[in-house]
Ligand binder design. Structure first.
Ligand SMILES: NC(=O)c1ccc[n+]([C@@H]2O[C@H](COP(=O)([O-])OP(=O)(O)OC[C@H]3O[C@@H](n4cnc5c(N)ncnc54)[C@H](OP(=O)(O)O)[C@@H]3O)[C@@H](O)[C@H]2O)c1
Length: 255
């Protein structure tokens, strides 16, 4: 019995913005979108790294439709400027560098406010900028890269444990408000994926140990994470919205 047209992600000709995409998980998502024939925009702060990422993606995918814009996602004006450059987009992948590690006594008001701007306001501002034209076209996909801490707290990562779940609440509300306009919004949380973020947080021996404690027996690779993001943020996803998905090799025991 035929139940569909196969698994066409329907990304050819779609315009995708992946923020914080000059390396790590964001870059892996941008690369997979480019492989699937989308027109891809990447944004992050360091110009040289961003340009290098653009060239690598073009070289490795053969898709020359890759544009790079410098943007610090913690700055409202820079987000406005970013969207002035990209124009209307079909698919928004929200990502930003993670907050510092630490316990409650180590953070002052300023740290909490910075984490709020970094993790929550950046998403609010990008959605505010992207949604109107998605509504006009009655199509949009939004995926926010968070952390497994959106569902289960991580030791010593108090800022992440506080603000990642807030994104889940925001996305659930947005999913209700935007579904009638053809806009689907979901959150995807990495467990432990091999990127600079993990290399900054842990020593090599600790990373080895982390991998051994994961049911699949190793930490994940960025492209394994990207596949989940790209499916949820594609035309092939027609009925999943307001959900949270953790890509963690089976680490989390919660249902
Ligand atoms: N890797 C994991 O296992 C893991 C686990 C849990 C959660 N996460 C979260 O997933 C996200 C991505 O992690 P990752 O491992 O891919 O990190 P990563 O390898 O360190 O890459 C971070 C990217 O974000 C960009 N960036 C950082 N701050 C930015 C800002 N203010 N404005 C614009 N771009 C910014 C960086 O470029 P510039 O510095 O040039 O701006 C870089 O391209 C982070 O929020 C991280 O906390 C990752």
């Amino acid at each position: 019995m035929m139940i569909g047209d196969g698994m066409d992600l329907q990304l050819k000709g779609k315009k995708v913005l992946v923020t914080a995409a000059s390396k790590g998980l964001g870059m892996a998502c941008a690369q997979l979108y480019a492989e699937e024939g989308a027109q891809v925009w990447i944004a992050s702060r360091n110009k040289q790294q961003l340009e290098q990422a653009k060239q690598t993606i073009i070289h490795q995918t053969g898709n020359a439709q890759v544009e790079a814009v410098m943007c610090d996602l913690t700055k409202e004006e820079e987000i406005k400027q970013l969207f002035a450059e990209t124009g209307s987009i079909d698919i928004l992948i929200n990502n930003i560098g993670g907050p510092p590690a630490g316990a409650f006594d180590e953070f002052a008001d300023q740290d909490w406010q910075q984490a709020f701007e970094r993790l929550l306001m950046s998403v609010i501002r990008t959605v505010r900028a992207a949604a109107p034209s998605m509504k006009d076209r009655q199509f949009g996909r939004i995926v926010t890269i968070t952390s497994s801490s959106m569902k289960q707290s991580l030791d010593g990562l108090l800022l992440s444990n506080t603000f990642r779940p807030a994104i889940v609440g925001l996305s659930k509300s947005l999913s209700q408000e935007l579904a009638g306009d053809g806009i689907l919004i979901n959150s995807v949380g990495p467990g432990t994926m091999e990127t600079d973020r993990i290399r900054d947080l842990y020593q090599p021996a600790q990373i080895q140990q982390l991998g051994e404690n994961i049911p699949i027996g190793r930490i994940g690779q960025p492209d394994e994470f990207a596949k989940a993001v790209v499916f949820l943020g594609s035309g092939a996803n027609t009925y999943i919205t307001g959900q949270t998905l953790v890509v963690d090799g089976g680490s989390m025991k919660a249902l």
